[in-house]
Design a binder for this molecule. Structure first.
Ligand code: SAH
Length: 344
């Protein structure tokens, strides 16, 4: 195993069977080696600095029915909310004051947020904070819509591919969603010029190691600027309520592999990772992650954005917890970088 790991470090890539071998048979000392090298790779480019993005969860209303997500439309018990443009602007303002220079608007697929409503909001954010980057994560839309939002001032878009393996994608999603549709969206985003984020959950129900290799290969083909991965976490009101959470060790191994394969990528230590384990965020950074996305949503709606159980939104996960986050980072010799942190 160690030899394979060394070659990944040296050559920056492996073949599919080699990725599979690493994912299934990585011993502890090889994992430690890969994580060390991933950290070294991240530091060469980014130093000991972690970019922060202010995450604003703009609503929990969703027309989709993804089997893993607590906000799926079939979940009658989910609490639904929709922030107003005014509330979103206030959250940006508070974030800007706190030092954030990237805002991420994320939410369920809510048709109320059509272009007529989103474009003026994006333009206003762009006008008021021109030096801040705006990232959207609002699911699947028409290419023409993505284009309008881009022209209005959104520079980045997060749309995890969720599963490169077609059969797995179909298992995790309702029949009306399609693997091809998801990929089309990602390709549109790229074509338009967005810095584009892809990614998947680790340990999603039915996910084989082979499927994870497919995920790596798909990202090799598309070359995302951002890669978001975190463990699958069950939500009690979904069909996957009884499924086990994704594995910490496998998530950290994948983070390390992805950092080594995509040295320039912006890779967050995700909230899901921080929810899975108290040291998740730190261990993620110690596997090559270089982004943290604290929650800027208004306090009263935070618990309603319940995509999985136990979602962390306080302490160092909260925008008010920046000092806490800074202290946590300090313990491993890192500090917050407040710049926009574009892909370079
Ligand atoms: N509606 C948007 C945003 C989804 S939330 C979209 O479709 O892109 C962002 C990510 O959270 C999803 O892409 C998914 O990978 C992740 N997620 C959803 N449910 C989850 C769960 N139960 N456990 C872990 N991650 C989950």
């Amino acid at each position: 195993m160690y030899e394979l790991a060394e070659r990944l470090v040296r050559e920056g890539r492996l073949s599919a069977p080699e990725y599979l071998a690493l994912l299934t048979r990585c011993d502890d000392s090889t994992l430690a080696f890969l994580r060390n090298e991933a950290v070294r790779t991240a530091q060469e480019r980014f130093g000991c600095a972690i970019f922060v993005r202010g995450l604003i969860e703009i609503g929990s209303i969703c027309r989709n029915d993804c089997l893993y997500c607590g906000l799926r439309r079939s979940n009658r018990r989910a609490e639904r909310y929709r922030l107003t443009s005014q509330q979103i602007l206030s959250a940006c303002e508070a974030g800007y004051e706190a030092g954030f220079r990237t805002f991420v608007l994320q939410g369920g697929e809510d048709p109320w947020w059509n272009d007529e409503r989103l474009v003026p909001l994006i333009e206003e954010i762009h006008r008021r904070w021109p030096e801040a980057a705006l990232t959207l994560s609002l699911g699947e839309r028409e290419e023409a819509s993505y284009r309008r939002l881009f022209e209005a001032g959104a520079a980045r878009y997060l749309l995890r591919h969720e599963a490169a393996d077609c059969a797995l994608y179909e298992k995790l999603h309702p029949a009306e969603m399609s693997h091809a549709g998801r990929l089309n969206c990602i390709e549109s985003l790229k074509r338009i010029g967005y810095q584009t984020g892809m990614g998947m959950m680790v340990g999603a129900p039915g996910q084989s190691p082979e499927a994870l290799v497919e995920d790596i290969l798909l990202m090799e083909r598309i070359v995302p600027e951002m890669i978001g991965i975190g463990p699958f976490l069950p939500h009690h009101d979904t069909p996957y309520a009884g499924e086990p959470a994704g594995d910490l060790r496998l998530t950290l191994l994948l983070l390390a592999i992805l950092r080594l394969r995509f040295p320039r990528a912006l890779i967050p230590a995700t909230t899901a990772l921080a929810t899975l384990h108290p040291r998740g965020r730190i261990e993620g950074i110690l596997s090559g992650a270089n982004v943290v996305m604290p929650n800027l949503s208004p306090e009263q709606v935070r618990r309603k954005y319940a995509i999985y159980d136990g979602k962390a939104s306080t302490g160092a996960e909260a925008a008010e917890g920046l000092r806490l986050l800074a202290r946590e980072l300090e313990t491993i010799g890192y500090r917050i970088n407040f710049s926009r942190g574009d892909y370079q």
